[in-house]
Design a protein around this ligand. Structure first.
Ligand code: FMN
Length: 328
């Protein structure tokens, strides 16, 4: 059971916020396979930019399936508070604050993981956002800015004191980017230091690994990012394992084809056909990484319309079997 403020659910797996990946169509595909907790890709806290097509697509509205967990990114307490308030009015049921993103664009404007260097500012931001909304507020961070400045424990304590409902820790520092192995000892230290729920994140790519990370860190839940790309059934498979100790069978080829067709059509409806076709190539490409189909992939990337993409998936009659039968 994972509890976030007033929300509770037996699922202990969260689909990570990933810019350019966890848009509404992908969130719904993950939900289709049984994921419950899914975080939206980050949206800037600069509401003056919200009229842009990119931001419009990143907002979450009341008509999306519950629970709507929306991540905001920025570095200015008042702006973040205002963005959180507006997100909640539009339909967000949980607000997440991004202090994990190492991307230059975010860090140059002192946002994302750069904030971790300034604990006083962190305290201001968290307090301002918590005060601004009635919905629970969560924080996503790394272990620190660099190997010599690992202050996730201090920041988690600040978070707990300011009324944050849950913290997620990606077991790397900002300097590590995505290199090396996630440091689960570092995450365990954070878990031991606070009594609010702590979520372990980094390199969790199978049910077995999720179980090991939960045991090792004592965390309340796991967050899965890259491993769900092309495998949107994985978060639910991990949950199944955590709850039963058994492995769930992968969806069969016909279920995967049906999922891809629905996803491609939703992308086209959501973004318009030109962008939808391009984004669909990325998702289908990820999916095809786990099957033997290099020539199909090359050909698929030349297709220009949603109709052609749907026909191609339906024609994938050789229905390349996934390499693994079970996600272990
Ligand atoms: C393409 C991509 C986009 C990401 N975008 C975000 C984001 O918008 N907000 C955020 O907090 N983290 C973002 N992350 C980091 C992930 O949420 C996660 O912390 C990281 O990938 C480690 O988890 P993993 O090893 O399971 O992928 C992103 C990661 C990737 C690969």
């Amino acid at each position: 059971m994972l509890t976030i403020g007033t929300l509770s659910h037996p699922s202990r797996v969260i689909v990570a916020p990933m810019a350019g990946v966890t848009d509404q169509p992908f969130r719904n595909v993950c939900r289709h396979f049984g994921a419950f907790w899914v975080v939206s890709e980050m949206i800037t806290s600069d509401t003056r930019l919200w009229h842009t097509r990119k931001s419009q697509g990143r907002l979450c509205y009341h008509d999306e399936v519950d629970p709507r967990w929306v991540q905001i990114a920025g570095g200015e307490p008042a702006m973040l508070a205002d963005a959180a308030r507006q997100c909640a009015e539009l339909g967000a049921q949980v607000i997440d604050i991004n202090m994990g993103c190492p991307a230059k664009k975010v860090c140059n404007r002192a946002a994302g993981s750069a904030l971790m260097r300034d604990e006083a500012l962190v305290a201001h931001i968290l307090a301002a956002v918590v005060r601004a909304v009635d919905v629970p507020v969560t924080l996503k961070m790394r272990l620190g800015w660099s190997r010599t400045s690992r202050n996730a424990v201090d920041i988690a304590r600040i978070a707990e004191d300011t009324g944050i409902s849950l913290v997620t820790v990606h077991g790397r520092t900002r300097a590590c980017k995505f290199e090396g192995e996630a440091d689960y000892d570092g995450i365990a230290e954070v878990k031991a230091a606070v009594s609010i729920p702590v979520v372990a994140n980094g390199d969790i790519d199978s049910p077995r690994k999720a179980g090991e990370v939960l045991r090792h860190t004592g965390c309340d839940a796991v967050m899965v990012g890259r491993a769900a790309q092309g495998r949107p059934w994985l978060p639910a498979a991990i949950d199944y394992y955590l709850n039963t100790g058994d492995f769930k069978k992968n969806p069969d080829a016909s279920e995967i084809k049906a999922m891809l067709v629905t996803h491609i059509i939703h992308l086209s409806q959501f973004y318009g056909e030109v962008m939808g076709v391009r984004i669909a190539r990325k998702h289908v490409g990820w999916y095809l990484q786990s099957v033997e189909a290099p020539s199909f992939r090359k050909w698929f990337n030349t297709l220009q319309t949603t109709g052609e993409q749907v026909d191609a998936i339906e024609m994938m009659s050789a229905s390349p079997e996934t390499k693994q039968k079970y996600v272990a």
